[in-house]
Design a protein around this ligand. Sequence first.
Ligand SMILES: [Fe+2]
Length: 392
Amino acid sequence: MGLTEWFEFQVPGRVVCSEHSVDSIGTELDKIGANNVLIITDKGVEKAGLVELVENGLESGSAKLSGIFNEVPPNSEIKVVQRCYEMVQSVGADSLVSIGGGSSIDTAKATAILMCEGGNLLDHQSAVYAPSGTLPPHIAVPTTAGTGSESTFASVIADEEQKLKLIFQGPALAPTVALLDPVMTKTLPPHLTASTGMDALSHCIESIHSEMHEPISDGLALHAIRLISNYLPKATKNGDDMEARTYMLIAANMGGIAFANAYVGIVHAMAHAAGGRYGVPHGVANAILLPYGVEYNVKFYPELVLSEYRLVAEALGIDVQGDNDEKASEKLIEYLKNLTLDLGLPAKLSEVGVPQDGLEDVANDAMIDGSMFNNPGEPELEDVLDILKKAY
Ligand SMILES: [Fe+2]
């Protein structure tokens, strides 16, 4: 197994996990010095009654609810963050609780930047965000088991004018507490449970084949893969299976911490591009592209990935005893294709609104996506186009 010559592993904030842990969110807010809390969420989460659960949980502590910002869209934007910050100022909030998928949590992270720095978000973009002071207390409550954003160091915010996705990145952006409560994911419908779970699996596998992988992130990712293999089909089939919901939240969190350090690769580069161009949901794009990204890496960089893919296959419970590494990775690719189908997800880009004559644009966008740089080797444009054609 290859090892980067030097590595640094950043640990995010505290992780608290139990069924009904939101009931005691007030106690957690007291521990981190929150007084006036702004909840950041979206209307769907609010309508599902999940914000109310958190509001009730606030009564376990002394922090007051200052307001609810419920305008987060599926992909958050600069102007949304600015509006959220205006609300922080108008209600006098000193702390944040984000409830939702990656978009709400990322909106809160970016709002936290403005609470520390003031002004316009665009003024605070740099390779690594170094705060000029202390960021406000922030508890992230995920309502999907996928992005791991509750424990990552990045916030992805679209710049609607430049038509770009901006990434704000830095260890200070990790929420103070990640509150994992399976009650908050219980009502997630099967197709979203499946696609967000495949995003989590993609984080794990991509952090393992990343050029930045190291033993700590590998360990987190491999155990998360074991959990996903066991619990994603169960959580998809029966949303009320609280054991499956809990372990999927934990797995997504572990995958998030793994890729926050080791990063992701070619699969996410293509998924970001397919999402940006044609609105393919992130988890669906990853589910479709993951086996083809693995196949590409096996073909071009076997010396860098084969032994890792064997470990991934074993973690997924695939019987590879007696197989050489090539055979083990063939079985892995087949398994990933079947898993996508078994979960009821689309298996080809042609099924999700990507036009055939749009593949070249997707390939071009993927080539300049930041995730591409952490994939093994140096994928060429023609290779990426070839992968997209195979996945079409
Ligand atoms: Fe992802």
